[in-house]
Design a protein around this ligand. Structure first.
Ligand SMILES: Nc1nc2c(ncn2[C@@H]2O[C@H](COP(=O)(O)OP(=O)(O)O)[C@@H](O)[C@H]2O)c(=O)[nH]1
Ligand SMILES: [Mg+2]
Length: 233
């Protein structure tokens, strides 16, 4: 495995009502890998915050619902002197032990952004629903047409150099978060790599892909974001 210990890394986990799984997710984080582990609690009505704290994470609260809003709030609480930020979902779909794969290209000085690709890796049957696969294929196709970069996924598990993250100026406050980061990375000339990651069926209740209304909203927001960033250019 590549040398990652010289990097000062922080982990950000947005979480909405993930009491059932957040403790288990945090327990699978490799010890000593991160200087800080921030769980961005988005107004959960269950014991997410308590469970995260009990598992050793720092909890930041963002009352405004939205994946991006939660990530932005956590970014504002990053300790200084962090070299790289890893983003990961709370729901146990991502395998926290695979983070060194994301960090290696950055540690080796080859990449600024590393996307964990679930299509290059192995998704457990049923973990990625058909409309998610279709949405990912369409979104990555549009990025290729509009921006000339070939991504294979919009996976949530990713690592980005802290300086690059600050430079691209993330704004999206909900479902456009992942695609905004990937499009802006290309627009800003970041060195981007993808590595295969696994993807398991989540524990607990899906807030996005398993919910029809949220899936439609996410799809619309993702498409809107990919076109809007092209117009703004
Ligand atoms: N902070 C925050 N996190 C959210 C929100 N919606 C979903 N999440 C988190 O984002 C991750 C992905 O959501 P999930 O329900 O698993 O969506 P799915 O993977 O598409 O089924 C999980 O860690 C959720 O807890 C939200 O509005 N705010
Ligand atoms: Mg999920």
């Amino acid at each position: 495995m590549a040398e990652t210990s010289s990097l000062r890394a922080a982990l950000i986990i947005p979480a909405l009502n993930e009491e059932a799984v957040i403790g288990r997710t945090l327990a699978r984080v490799p010890p000593g890998l991160y200087e800080a582990i921030l769980v961005a609690d988005n107004g959960s009505t269950d014991g997410t915050a308590e469970a995260a704290r009990a598992a050793g994470a720092t909890v930041v609260h963002e009352p405004e619902r939205g994946y991006g809003a939660a990530c932005l709030k956590a970014m504002a609480h990053l300790p200084p002197e962090i070299d790289v930020v890893v983003f990961m979902d709370a729901d146990s779909s991502d395998n926290p032990a695979e983070a060194p794969r994301l960090l290696a290209p950055i540690a080796e000085g080859r990449a600024d952004l590393v996307i964990g690709s679930r299509t290059l890796g192995e998704a457990e049957p049923g973990a990625l629903l058909p409309h998610q696969r279709f949405g990912n294929a369409l979104a990555t196709f549009l990025i290729r047409i509009l921006y000339g970069h070939r991504y294979t996924d919009l996976g949530p598990f990713r690592a980005i150099r802290a300086e690059a993250l600050a430079r691209i100026g993330m704004r999206d406050r909900n479902y456009g978060w992942t695609i905004e980061m990937q499009v802006k990375a290309v627009q800003h000339g970041l060195r981007v790599e993808e590595v295969p990651v696994s993807y398991a069926k989540r524990i607990g209740v899906s807030k996005v892909s398993g919910n029809a209304k949220a899936s439609v909203r996410a799809g619309v927001k993702i498409l809107w974001t990919v076109f809007r960033l092209a117009w703004l250019r």
